[in-house]
Every structure is written in structure tokens, then in C-alpha cells.
Design a protein around this ligand. Structure first.
Ligand SMILES: Cc1cc2nc3c(=O)[nH]c(=O)nc-3n(C[C@H](O)[C@H](O)[C@H](O)COP(=O)(O)OP(=O)(O)OC[C@H]3O[C@@H](n4cnc5c(N)ncnc54)[C@H](O)[C@@H]3O)c2cc1C
Length: 315
């Protein structure tokens, strides 16, 4: 199983894929003389990176990816902002052992990002300055090793109307709209088959002809495997397509001065403005009732960059 990465699935994907591939190798060793074949469930970032890691290790291993829809735009991964930070999920790794595990995922993800430097443009990966107001970001300061994201520097924020004291980190943008298709194309070119199929029960999964299955169904695992520990989390993002991105090469986040969530990510050809974080909600469709949330998100970004981050409105 490789699911349940909360608001940090893009960040943790490469590291968790290595762990998943380690488990697959163990399962293969247990098969003896029986030839292995792997089914990966899900075409989100978890499924794609797991299949990709396996293909890198085993060029001739039969691998199939199954998913309810093969349209990558239907995945949660597609709509993610793509900032590298273990946002919110760090709360689930507070024990010493948990923290060590999270550090390991992050270090492996960081190592993979470094190893892919020559391919960054194709994968939509780019280093980004990350600015916050002058308050603590526990996800980075306490729950990310300093060799993955270096400690912050303090200084005036570099925005005309928001020259308040702030903090600066160096992190990455992993743009899912570029990363997912790039990995999918590579997998297809290397003989990985993609099959559209929805699974209603574990029995359907066990009936697959492959003898090793990696479950990367994300929130779908709640219904498929009856995992009630999975809790839906819904977020609103405004995505603004830009004709030019000159000078827009930073991430801003960490919330307003009054703890309201607000972030703005400059990506390769659009701006992503968030956000909300609605725990326990799992409606995937856009509803008329969502309109006020988008107005508030936009208004809060204007308040922050207009120099009044203390006036942001909560939902
Ligand atoms: C608004 C928002 C912003 C975010 N921003 C960031 C960010 O900046 N950085 C970051 O690291 N993370 C971010 N995240 C979190 C990130 O999007 C998720 O952690 C990640 O996308 C989860 O990926 P996944 O592959 O596990 O699941 P998904 O992307 O949901 O993929 C699940 C796959 O499983 C398939 N599936 C499900 N059920 C079944 C079934 N029964 N049968 C067959 N197939 C099935 C689906 O079709 C899909 O292909 C954000 C999330 C949201 C909502």
C-alpha cells in the first residue's frame, strides 16, 4: 500500500515510491521460481512514481497500471499546487520513529530531485524561493531535515507593498501538470500498460492475473479497502493562466498574520492561489456553494500582497 500522504503527496512521492519498490523486491524474492508480474493501482503521483521506480530497477519486469480513469486530469495529483513541503502531514509523524520515517521519505525525494537535474524542465521541476511572513513553519523547521531544506534566512519580503519582515527558504516546485504526463509517457515508452478499470472490492484486486499488487488508489482506498482512517481533505485553488511569467518565480505561503491560510505559487505558466483546508470534506465537484470560498481566497491574496496580511478573512 502506498497511499495516505495528505497534503504532501507530490513532495513524498519519489521517496515513498522507493519504499514501495523495496517491498515489491521483497515480494519478488518470495515468489521463488514463479515469474513476477506487478499491478499498480492508480495513475496519481503515487502510482506513476511507483511504476517508474520499478521500471528503473527492473527494465523487463511486466508492469500494468490500472485506474478508474486513465485521464490524469481526474486525479487529485493533477490539481495539487506542487510545492515541496511536508505540509500538514507532518502532524502524523510526531513520534520519534514517525519523524525518522518522514525524514527518510524526504531525503529520498530530495536525492531523486537532485539526480533528475538534467531532466527538470521536462518534469516541471524547478527550484523556487519560498517566502513566508515572520512566523514558524513547523513542517519545514522541525519536520524537514536541514540537508533537505536549509534553515530560513530572515529579512524584508521582496514585494512592493509587502516589505514586512519575513522568512526565506529554498525549496522546489514540482508542477503536477508537467510531471505526471512526462512520467506517463516514459512508462508507456518502456512497455508499461495502462488499463482503465475500476475496482469495487479487494476480491476484484486479488483476482488480477499479476502476482504482486501495489495499491496507490489515494482516497479511493477508503472505499476499496474499507480504511476508515482515511479522512477526506478538500481544498480550493484558483489557477490563473498567464501570458507571461516574467519575474514571477517564487512561492509564498505559510498563512496570513492572523493564521488564515493563504498561499500563492508561481508556476511555469500559471499562478496558483489558495487556499482552504477542509478536513472531513470529500466532494470532488465544483459547486455553486464554492463561489464565496474563491472570492475569499482572491481577496486574501490581495490583502496579503497589498500589505495587510493581518486583515485576511477566515472561512
Ligand atoms: C488543493 C490541494 C493542493 C495540494 N497541494 C500540494 C502541494 O503543493 N504539494 C504536495 O506535495 N501535495 C499537495 N497536495 C496533496 C497531493 O495532491 C496528494 O497527496 C496526492 O495527489 C495524492 O496522490 P495519490 O497518487 O496518492 O492519489 P490520486 O492522485 O488521488 O490518485 C489516485 C488514483 O487511484 C485511482 N483509483 C482510486 N480508487 C480506485 C478504484 N477503486 N479502482 C481503480 N482506480 C482507483 C484514481 O482513478 C487515481 O488514478 C494538494 C492536494 C490538494 C487537494
Amino acid at each position: 500500500h502506498n497511499y495516505g500522504h495528505g497534503a504532501a503527496g507530490i513532495t513524498l512521492a519519489f521517496g515513498c515510491a522507493e519504499h514501495a519498490a523495496d517491498h515489491v523486491e521483497q515480494a519478488m524474492a518470495g515468489l521463488g521460481a514463479t515469474p513476477p508480474a506487478v499491478a499498480v493501482l492508480g495513475t496519481g503521483i503515487a502510482g506513476l512514481t511507483t511504476a517508474w521506480e520499478l521500471r528503473k530497477r527492473r527494465p523487463s519486469l511486466p508492469i500494468r497500471i490500472y485506474a478508474s480513469s486513465l485521464d490524469l486530469r481526474t486525479t487529485t495529483s493533477w490539481v495539487a499546487g506542487g510545492q515541496f513541503e511536508p505540509s500538514t502531514v507532518w502532524r502524523e509523524y510526531r513520534s520519534d520513529a514517525g519523524k525518522a520515517g518522514l525524514f527518510d521519505y524526504l531525503r529520498r525525494s530530495r536525492a531523486k530531485i537532485d539526480a533528475l537535474t538534467a531532466d527538470h524542465a521536462r518534469y516541471g521541476i524547478t527550484p523556487r524561493d519560498y517566502f513566508t511572513l515572520d512566523h514558524d513553519i513547523r513542517a519545514i523547521q522541525e519536520f524537514t531535515p536541514h540537508d533537505v531544506i536549509a534553515p530560513y534566512t530572515r529579512g524584508r519580503l521582496p514585494f512592493p507593498a509587502l516589505a514586512a519582515p519575513g522568512r526565506h527558504y529554498s525549496t522546489w516546485l514540482l508542477n503536477p501538470m508537467l510531471l505526471l504526463p512526462a512520467i506517463q509517457q516514459e512508462l508507456q515508452a518502456s512497455g508499461v500498460q495502462f488499463i482503465e478499470r475500476h475496482f469495487d472490492s479487494p476480491r476484484d484486486v486479488v483476482a488480477l492475473e499479476e502476482n504482486i499488487v501495489v495499491n496507490c488508489t489515494g482516497y479511493g482506498a477508503r472505499a476499496l479497502f474499507g480504511d476508515d482512517r482515511l479522512i477526506g481533505q478538500r481544498g480550493h485553488l484558483l489557477v490563473l493562466d498567464l501570458e507571461t511569467v516574467d519575474g514571477l518565480d517564487y512561492l509564498f505561503g505559510g498563512g496570513c498574520e492572523n493564521e488564515v491560510i493563504s498561499y500563492l505559487f508561481c508556476r511555469q505558466s500559471d499562478l496558483v492561489v489558495g487556499g482552504t483546508f477542509l478536513v472531513g470534506e470529500d466532494e470532488p465537484r465544483l459547486l455553486d456553494a464554492d463561489a464565496p470560498a474563491f472570492e475569499r481566497i482572491w481577496g486574501n491574496a490581495a490583502r496579503v500582497f497589498g500589505g495587510h496580511p493581518e486583515t485576511c478573512l477566515a472561512g
